[in-house]
Design a protein around this ligand. Structure first.
Ligand code: URA
Length: 242
């Protein structure tokens, strides 16, 4: 027997916190009866309905690694009709992106319908490496790099310590290429970090996410994760949330 909100999250419907909100709002039914209590436990035999959708508790999980191209939004659907990352991976499973990349950011994006793995990877306590390569307008000084490494203020919070390395400098064009490894995943984090030291990201690519990189995949291409990769990702997540 497991708590209802945990089962809903683990089935990939939404996060555990959102599942709690849906329960409180009377949008969840178990065996046809609306429930409002958060503590209720359910077994495999119970039929769970969320917002009118019966959750299939026996489906197979799917895991995809996409090399996200520019000009695609990281969402399941878009009210403005733009192409989404889910459109690039043809499957009937209800997969969704793990975290998000901006419209113009390229690179590694994991998609799955496995809520345990997705929520585990996104939880800050799992400390997953996200490696970005940024093309920057302006040349980062040693002082800029020091500040970025030790944490800068963006949107009223201080970013955590991170790895920053200037990989190359083009003095003529006044640009540089920077590698940044962060564990957080705030909105536009890398761009805002670079802005905080007075420079601008003009191209951004996520080169690695945990153990995953896009070698062998052209922009827009995807592949299934191997069982070994799935097992390694599981070994990397904090089990506290699950
Ligand atoms: N940081 C950003 O600024 N954008 C992304 O897409 C990812 C990280």
């Amino acid at each position: 027997m497991e708590r209802l909100q945990k089962v809903i999250a683990n089935l990939g419907y939404c996060s555990r916190r959102n599942a709690e909100k849906l329960i409180k709002a009377g949008k969840v039914a178990v065996n046809g009866e609306t429930v409002f209590e958060l503590g209720i436990k359910v077994s495999k035999k119970d039929v769970i309905e969320v917002e009118g959708i019966i959750l299939d508790r026996n489906y197979n999980y799917e895991y995809y690694l996409l090399n996200k191209p520019r000009g695609v939004i990281t969402a399941v659907c878009d009210d403005r009709g733009r192409k989404t990352v889910v459109d690039l991976v043809p499957t009937s499973a209800r997969i969704y992106p793990v975290g998000r990349l901006d419209y113009d950011t390229t690179g590694v994006l994991l998609l799955t319908n496995d809520g345990v793995l997705a929520n585990g990877l996104m939880h800050p306590s799992s400390n997953i490496d996200k490696v970005y390569i940024a093309k920057v307008e302006g040349i980062l000084t040693g002082y800029d790099v020091k500040r970025l490494r030790s944490g800068v203020m963006i949107d009223g919070y201080r970013t955590s310590k991170c790895h920053v390395k200037v990989k190359s400098v083009d003095k003529k064009k006044e640009r540089c290429i920077v590698e940044i490894v962060i564990h957080e995943g705030r909105n536009h984090q890398v761009k805002k970090m670079i802005e905080s030291v007075g420079k601008k990201v003009i191209k951004l690519k996520r080169e690695r996410y945990a153990i995953l990189d896009v070698s062998g995949l052209k922009a827009g291409d995807y592949r299934k994760l191997t069982n070994k990769e799935i097992a390694i990702l599981y070994s990397m997540i904090s089990q506290k949330e699950n």
